[in-house]
Design a protein. Sequence first.
Length: 98
Amino acid sequence: MKNLKLGLVKGRHELPVEKYIFENIENVLDFETLEKEAYTFLKENLINHGKSVIIYVTGLTSALIACLKALKQLKMECVSLMHYDASSENYKEQIYFL
């Protein structure tokens, strides 16, 4: 099993991933829909992976929180959040324990 490496929202930034949790977000304040979509996507995609999830963050706080809530419901222990560092032109990892 390998790490599940995901982008938060498709089209906001170029990210080194093949899959995105959200393809399109119509209303960033529709928390219920964000949470349902995050849960559905993560549940389907975690089936063939271990306990390691990496999310490349795109700046939409409500979408990120929806993902964190979904991962907690799915009994994940932690997630690596990757933030872009413009000064080094690389990503910096923030580990979040659920």
